[in-house]
Design a protein around this ligand. Structure first.
Ligand code: KG4
Ligand code: ZN
Length: 366
């Protein structure tokens, strides 16, 4: 069904980025991103050391229609040229998700366009199809500020979670570690920049759970170890010297890299038979923007004889093009929602797995 060209508006507001995008797909061709607008909120949350849900929700409500207007203008289209509206309906910070869902419903009600609710994690996990035309099955390592999981992607709505973190997500660990080191937010890019001048072998930080024969990971002990090492360095020098900070950042990044690459190596081995004759590994989510982590995963894939797909940085961090694309994929399979579409703070991708407990800094963990 729906074998013709389709053009979708995507809307994203589940965390701290207000985003709208227009994506067009002609069957048999690569999808094209006609526009992608991302309006960040970093400065609004700066003073609080983390995303404040109420502030985020208000900012989304103020900016969403501007983002949509801009996305349509940049694409050179009006609402009349669209075939559907896709919106992140969860998981995420509920006020923000609600703001996006309400706007999408308003557009659908006003125009009669089909409305398609999208799972934010599915949108990240399907991004390799948008950026590189990668088709399932593939193994996806989804690493962001709120999430960390290995997914076997079988189709647009079929995912098996085969492991993940039991506490912090890596992006959360990057952000907390940046705070410990007095660096700015978001912590990922700040640590990556600082680490360039540092020695990654100076501090012996833990690589938790590498002795376990499954894809379970843990990152919260790592930032505690950084805190302890920082305090020792301060006590020894009477303050945190620039070189110590750079070495701590580099050692932390190396530890995260080692855990992610070792567990990816294991996942490729454990699930090889479910990945078909020519296995593929994809990475998605904000932490996938990290060059050292991308390089390590490139190596792991090459060793395992797998194709490696890492979307461009702008499609790794939160954006609405991935939402439009996931909406198109769902729509093509007959998926569509009514005006009773709900906003969900939690929404695990793999319904056969119990939801993880705990709530990350950037919202509930799915
Ligand atoms: O996917 P994303 O934009 O939002 C969520 O859905 O969480 O991911 C944001 C996370 C933040 O924690 C940020 O620090 C991290 O991705 N991040 C990075 C880098 N760029 C962003 N982590 C490590 N290295 C980077 N270069
Ligand atoms: Zn995300």
């Amino acid at each position: 069904m729906h074998e013709l060209e389709v053009t979708f508006l995507g809307i994203e507001s589940s965390c701290d980025d207000t985003a709208a995008a227009v994506v067009r797909h002609v069957p048999g061709q690569m999808p094209s991103i006609l526009s992608s607008v991302v309006m960040g909120q970093t400065e609004l949350h700066e003073a609080f050391g983390g995303v404040v849900p109420e502030i985020a929700a208000r900012a989304h409500a103020e900016k969403l229609d501007i983002a949509v207007e801009r996305a349509l203008r940049n694409a050179g289209l009006t609402l009349a040229a669209l075939d559907g509206v896709a919106v992140t309906a969860g998981p995420g910070l509920i006020g923000g998700v609600l703001a996006g869902v309400m706007l999408a419903k308003g557009i659908a009600a006003g125009t009669g366009l089909p409305l398609v609710g999208v799972n934010h994690l599915a949108a990240h996990a399907l991004t390799p199809g948008l950026s590189d035309g990668l088709e399932p099955p593939y193994l996806c390592l989804l690493v962001s500020g709120g999430h960390c999981q290995f997914l076997l992607v079988h189709g647009a709505e079929a995912f098996t979670r085969v492991g993940g973190t039991i506490d912090d997500a890596p992006g959360e660990a990057f952000d907390k570690t940046a705070r410990i080191l007095g660096l700015g937010q978001p912590g990922g890019p700040a640590i990556e920049a600082e680490a360039k001048a540092g020695d990654p072998n100076r501090f012996a930080l833990p690589r938790p759970l590498l002795d376990r024969p499954d894809c379970t990971m843990s990152f919260s002990g790592l930032k505690t170890a950084v805190l302890r090492a920082r305090d020792q360095a301060i006590a020894a020098a009477g303050g945190l010297r620039r070189a110590d900070r750079a070495d701590l950042a580099a050692s932390f990044q190396r530890a995260v890299r080692d855990v992610l690459s070792e567990k990816t190596r294991l996942a490729l081995r454990l699930y090889r038979d479910r990945l078909g004759d020519s296995p593929s590994l994809a990475v998605a989510g904000g932490v996938a923007a990290n060059a050292e982590i991308r390089a390590a995963l490139t190596e792991v894939a090459a060793e395992s004889g797998a194709r490696f797909v890492a979307p461009p940085l702008s499609l790794c961090t939160d954006n609405a093009a991935m939402v439009a694309w996931a909406g198109i994929e769902r729509f093509r399979q007959g998926g569509q929602d009514g005006l009773d579409l709900g906003a969900r703070p939690r929404w695990p991708l793999d319904r056969s797995q119990p939801a993880l407990l705990g709530s990350g800094r950037k919202g509930a963990k799915a």
